[in-house]
Design a protein. Structure first.
Length: 291
C-alpha cells in the first residue's frame, strides 16, 4: 500500500453555504485554475482525496473536495426526505453556484460517483467532464442487478450491512461495542488499516454515521433505471470487488453519448483512493488533459 500521511496534505479550508446547509470543503491549487469537484463516498471525507488533489494541483487544477450532505454537523438535515439523489445532485450545482463556477469537472467515488453521474445527466451545461470511480452509470447498474447473478450477489452482501432499515438504528448497532460492527464491515470491504481508526472515530460523532448511511437508504433502483445518458466526456475507473461486478461496469458505455473510457484497476480493491491513489491519478490526469 502506498504511503498516505496527513502531513502530506497541503490544503486550505472553506465553508460553502448552499441549499440551507453549510458544507466544509478542502481546497488545493489556484482559484483561477480549472475547477475540479471531488465527491467522496462512504465512509470517506474530503481528506480522502488528498493524494489525488495534490497531484491535480501540481497540474494547475483547482481541486475542491466538499464534505457531503449528512457527514458534517453543519450539513446534516434530519429526516429521510432530506436525503435523495435529486438533492445530492442539486448540492453539486449549489456548491458550484456558491463558488461562482459556471462549469466544473466532476469526479466521484462510490455513491459520490452516482451523484456525479446524475448531476452530469441533469446539468450537462454545467459539467465539462465526468469521472466515476467504482460506480457505473446508475441505469447500467440497475439493469445489471436484474440480469446478472454475480452483480445481484455482490450487491446483496453489501445491503445486508447497509441496506433497509432506519439509519439511526442501524448506526447505533454498528457503533455498539466501540464501533465493532462498523470496523468489521470496513475491514471486510478492504479498507487499509491506517484509515480504519480515522473513519470510525469521525463517524462515531453524534449523528455522523446515520447521516452517512442515509445515502444508502436513498438508493432507488427504479430511480436509477431512469437516469438518462450523459453527454460529456466520461471516465469510469473500476475494480472488481464489493458491490460491483464486471457486467455492470461494462454496461455503462451505451449511457455515454460522448467520449467514454473505462479503466480496470487490477491492483486495487474497493477503496482505490486509500489503497491505490496513483492508479487513480494517472488515468484521471490523462482524462482531464484530453477534455
Amino acid at each position: 500500500m502506498e504511503s498516505f500521511s496527513e502531513a502530506s496534505s497541503v490544503s486550505t479550508t472553506k465553508l460553502i453555504s448552499c441549499n440551507d446547509l453549510v458544507f466544509p470543503m478542502l481546497i488545493w491549487g489556484d482559484s483561477k485554475a480549472r475547477p475540479v469537484l471531488l465527491l467522496h463516498g462512504f465512509p470517506q471525507e474530503p481528506f480522502t482525496w488528498s493524494r489525488v488533489a495534490e497531484a491535480l494541483a501540481q497540474d494547475g487544477v483547482y481541486a475542491l473536495a466538499p464534505s457531503q450532505r449528512g457527514y458534517a454537523a453543519s450539513a446534516r438535515p434530519s429526516g429521510a426526505a432530506a436525503y435523495t439523489f435529486a438533492q445530492f445532485a442539486d448540492d453539486v450545482v449549489g456548491i458550484a453556484d456558491a463558488l461562482g463556477l459556471d462549469k466544473v469537472d466532476l469526479v466521484g467515488f462510490g455513491v459520490g460517483g452516482v451523484q456525479a453521474w446524475m448531476a452530469a445527466a441533469r446539468n450537462p451545461a454545467r459539467v465539462r467532464s465526468l469521472t466515476s470511480i467504482r460506480f457505473p452509470h446508475p441505469a447500467a447498474f440497475a439493469h445489471a442487478l436484474q440480469s446478472n447473478a454475480e452483480q445481484r450477489e455482490k450487491w446483496s452482501r453489501v445491503q445486508q450491512d447497509l441496506g433497509a432499515g432506519n439509519p439511526a438504528e442501524k448506526a447505533a448497532a454498528m457503533l455498539a461495542d466501540d464501533g465493532a460492527g462498523l470496523r468489521r464491515f470496513l475491514m471486510a470491504s478492504g479498507l487499509p488499516e491506517p484509515f480504519l481508526h480515522r473513519y470510525v472515530s469521525r463517524l462515531s460523532e453524534p449523528g455522523a454515521l446515520a447521516g452517512a448511511l442515509s445515502w444508502n437508504q436513498a438508493i432507488s433502483l427504479a430511480e436509477f433505471s431512469k437516469v438518462p445518458a450523459v453527454t460529456v466526456p466520461t471516465l469510469l475507473l473500476w475494480s472488481e470487488g464489493p458491490a460491483l461486478g464486471r457486467a455492470a461496469a461494462e454496461a455503462s458505455r451505451p449511457y455515454v453519448h460522448a467520449t467514454f473510457t473505462d479503466v480496470l484497476v487490477r491492483e486495487g480493491n474497493h477503496f482505490l483512493l486509500e489503497s491505490s491513489p496513483a492508479a487513480v491519478v494517472e488515468p484521471l490526469r490523462r482524462h482531464l488533459r484530453a477534455t
